[in-house]
Design a protein around this ligand. Structure first.
Ligand code: ATP
Ligand code: MG
Length: 476
């Protein structure tokens, strides 16, 4: 039931959060169930905190069950709980998804009986990471099981990544909060904790340039780690005499990879807007971006809300937003060719100069003149580049049906993380032929890399993912 996680470095900061964990353990030690909710932005340190909580629980003599939901849905509902508790579902691991409410209840009963037996032997600590990806039945179970087992010494910790509204998960967390479960909204690391992480990773005191760049992570530990590991591994920092000197003003590749992953989770529309905004400045006026895109307010606002929910933008004042992390802005801007960025900035500056001139001049109909002149100023070619990139994963997911059988097999094995050589061995082809098929897959899907391919596969999986919803709703 328990396997060691890979070492993740020292936990810094988070004293208040660890106190909540210890309170939970104390409460469970009195012989009753208790539940703790944790949520926070991508990369904010949820899994690391969970690992520290599990260490504490083990230290206090709890037996551990770690469950996590996968982004790629598993075929069987409740799979996260069955595998976290090291338990086979009724009918074994090859069992089909329960089709009726009765079969579903039998599954829940098996989980409850097993967990109850464990807890009869001593306190149990059950964690579920990445609840945002849990299937609907698991979500229903996370509401039912702790209630059924309330008289057993079981501590539950449910962790989710915040993002766009997700009614079932909002419902689950809302229900438990309403019933009195404490909730930790995990925020950024404080400056002194970031300084400790720098010292842990580089074993040197940072110079002011490096500190300023680390400040661009806005306390997000994943960004801080990607920055430090990236600078160290990619030669972006010189370490001598206990001092770390920044050698490059560019974020390292590791930061760009993290940011790429976050941005690719946005809808094509939001991603499009993000690229444009990042090309301007750290903070920007909504009007400027809307003007560049030529989008009406009804299109701009949902896209902005989506990017804010993903923690990439924050509201500075009415109609002015800013990138939450300068490192993210820089990395997103790097996705846009420099000539396009320049053209976009020039366009906004031109529009502003024009507005100022119009305000000063005694025009008869300023609004009409302004609009006409603004459209004359508009440079169309920079946006064409962004347009081309915006809906690539969606188009790619749609193109999946056009793949031949071999191409689809190659694509699926590659998205599982296999190298071309491993794919070749698996399907008895030469690596050269695999590479040939993969190039055809890229061309047909209109993508350029394995990362794009994984994204496209996820996109497609998500669309296919709803089979168990009806049964689960019956349990809510
Ligand atoms: N308090 C901390 N002190 C030191 N390092 C930390 C801390 N919190 C997180 N880290 C490190 O930052 C990185 C990201 O943390 P983690 O994976 O826990 O984030 P997360 O919130 O779970 O991300 P995701 O949303 O992708 O699941 C990891 O390398 C982790 O070890
Ligand atoms: Mg995590």
């Amino acid at each position: 039931m328990f396997t060691q996680r890979p070492s993740a470095g020292r936990l810094r900061g988070r004293l208040g959060e660890l106190k909540s964990v210890v309170d939970l353990l104390d409460s469970v030690a009195t012989g009753h169930g208790a539940i703790l909710l944790v949520d926070g932005a991508p990369g904010i340190g949820k899994t690391r905190l969970l690992a520290a909580a599990e260490d504490r629980a083990r230290h206090h003599g709890f037996s551990l069950a770690r469950a996590h939901a996968d982004e790629l849905p598993r075929p069987l509902p409740l799979a996260p709980l069955f595998s976290g508790l090291d338990l086979a579902p009724p009918g074994g691991t090859q069992a089909r998804a329960p089709a009726t409410q009765g079969q579903m209840l039998a599954c829940l009963e098996k989980l409850a009986v097993h967990t109850g037996k464990l807890a009869a032997r001593g306190p149990v600590f059950i964690t579920l990471d990445d609840v945002q990806w849990a299937d609907a039945t698991t979500i229903a179970a996370l509401r039912a099981l702790p209630t059924w087992l309330a008289e057993y010494p079981i501590g539950w910790v449910l962790v989710r990544r915040t993002g766009p509204r997700d009614p079932p998960i909002d419902w689950l967390f809302g229900e438990w909060e309403h019933l009195g479960a404490p909730r930790i909204a995990l925020g950024p690391l404080a400056d002194d904790a970031v300084a400790d992480v720098i010292a842990d990773v580089l074993r040197a005191r940072p110079d002011s340039d490096l500190l300023a760049m680390a400040h661009g992570a806005a306390g997000n530990p994943l960004l801080v780690r990607a920055l430090l590991d990236g600078l160290r591994d990619e030669g972006g920092v010189a370490i001598a005499g206990g001092r770390a000197r920044l050698l490059s003003g560019q974020p390292p590749g590791q930061v760009r990879e993290v940011v790429h992953d976050w941005v690719m989770r946005l809808s094509p529309t939001a991603r499009h807007l993000c690229d444009i905004a990042a090309s301007l400045d750290r903070s920007f006026a909504v009007d400027d971006v809307a003007g560049l895109l030529g989008w009406p307010n009804e299109q701009v606002q949902p896209a902005l809300q989506e990017i804010v929910a993903a923690d990439l933008l924050i509201t500075v004042e009415k109609d002015v937003l800013a990138f939450h992390h300068e490192l993210v802005r820089q990395s997103v801007a790097d996705r846009v060719p420099a000539a396009v960025r320049l053209a976009l900035r020039g366009q906004v500056a031109g529009t502003r100069r024009l507005s100022t001139a119009l305000a000063a001049a005694p025009m008869i109909d300023r609004r009409r003149e302004g609009a006409a002149a603004r459209s004359r100023v508009k440079v169309h070619h920079p946006l064409r580049w962004v347009d081309e990139c915006a809906d690539r994963p969606q188009r790619a997911a749609e193109g999946w049906d056009g793949l031949t059988g071999t191409e689809r097999t190659v694509a699926e094995l590659v998205t599982q993380g296999l190298t071309n050589r491993e794919v070749a061995a698996r399907i008895f082809l030469s690596p050269h032929t695999v590479s040939f098929h993969l190039r055809k897959v890229y061309r047909k899907l209109g993508i350029r890399s394995r990362v794009d391919l994984t994204r496209a596969s996820l996109h497609r999986e998500r669309e296919l993912r709803s089979a168990d919803d009806l049964t689960a709703r019956a349990l809510m």
